[in-house]
Design a protein around this ligand. Structure first.
Ligand SMILES: NC(=O)c1ccc[n+]([C@@H]2O[C@H](COP(=O)([O-])OP(=O)(O)OC[C@H]3O[C@@H](n4cnc5c(N)ncnc54)[C@H](OP(=O)(O)O)[C@@H]3O)[C@@H](O)[C@H]2O)c1
Length: 265
């Protein structure tokens, strides 16, 4: 097993399911203490207890809705109250809306942006100064293969994940000389609750098996990438090929490719 994290502390958002839970397990197995964040407190508590017993680490939880404008302040206050110095930040929580742009209330669109852009940026901005001062930090931000793909009709999601990719690279450039590495992790289709939440399970189940990864494979790829100082990680050969070839098309062709996609009602 690579890279012992004994004595390090990791904060994982969206740790109650899917890729976030896989990150929590991976980090605990390497000896890191954990602060687990999501809304479903029962799941966080159950996972934290299990990982404490299995690996002898300390696992704390902070149940918070990351769409709230005070979410970052709540989490930072929890780290101070619990006396946790965060060395590793996994900005993982996220979801994709299932309605069209005008079919959504502003509050729904705002929540999507807040969870995946506002809170992601706010946690980096709040926690990175101490990482920089200590000369050590690892930040993984969950973007998506969608960040490379043509814009999809009616969805904020591709724009949001493009933001995460772009900002991750920018912050990595600023902080890498100080020992703080930032990686945008860009998975393709991954087995988790994501497509159930979005309501697209029936559709995505028709995709061939080679298009899918499990959450553990995605988390391991992201972890290895951030430890190696790679600013962008696209897990899997098929996804890498899709990501890099899609960028070769001129914008007009990408627009036409995107428009041919399914319109979200
Ligand atoms: N699965 C894929 O195919 C795929 C592909 C590319 C990128 N991604 C990205 O990977 C990340 C993780 O997704 P996943 O596949 O693991 O999905 P998932 O199984 O649905 O897990 C999503 C996690 O985010 C948390 N979350 C969602 N909204 C939240 C909110 N308002 N406040 C606090 N926590 C919230 C959920 O916790 P609670 O419900 O308990 O709050 C849950 O722990 C997301 O950023 C997603 O965009 C996923």
């Amino acid at each position: 097993m690579s890279a012992s994290l004994n004595g390090r502390t990791a904060l994982v958002t969206g740790a109650s399911a899917g890729i976030g839970e896989a990150f929590a397990r991976l980090l605990a197995a390497r000896g890191a203490n954990l602060l687990l964040v999501a809304r479903r407190e029962d799941r966080l508590r159950h996972l934290g207890n299990e990982l404490e017993q299995a690996f002898g680490i300390r696992a704390e939880i902070c149940a918070v809705d990351l769409s709230r404008s005070d979410a970052v302040a709540t989490i930072v206050a929890a780290t101070e109250r619990m006396r946790l110095d965060i060395d590793i930040l996994v900005n993982n929580a996220g979801f994709a809306a299932s309605k069209s742009f005008l079919g959504s209330d502003w509050s729904e669109l705002h929540a999507e942006m807040q969870v995946m852009m506002g809170t992601v940026t706010g946690l980096m901005h709040s926690l990175a100064p101490a990482m920089k001062a200590r000369g050590y930090g690892r930040i993984i931000n969950l973007a998506s293969l969608a960040a490379f793909a043509p814009t999809a009709p009616s969805m904020l999601y591709t724009g949001i994940k493009s933001f995460v990719l772009n900002v991750s690279e920018a912050v990595d450039m600023e902080l890498k000389p100080h020992g703080v590495y930032v990686t945008a992790l860009c998975p393709g289709f991954t087995w988790s609750e994501f497509h159930d939440v979005q309501g697209t399970r029936e559709l995505t189940n028709r995709l061939p098996a080679f298009m899918w990864h499990d959450a553990e494979t995605v988390a391991r790829a992201g972890f290895d990438a951030v430890m190696a100082g790679q600013p962008v990680c696209v897990p899997g050969a098929v996804n890498k090929t899709l990501a890099y070839t899609s960028r070769l098309f001129p914008e007009r062709i990408r627009y036409m490719m995107g428009r041919a996609g399914k319109m979200v009602e």
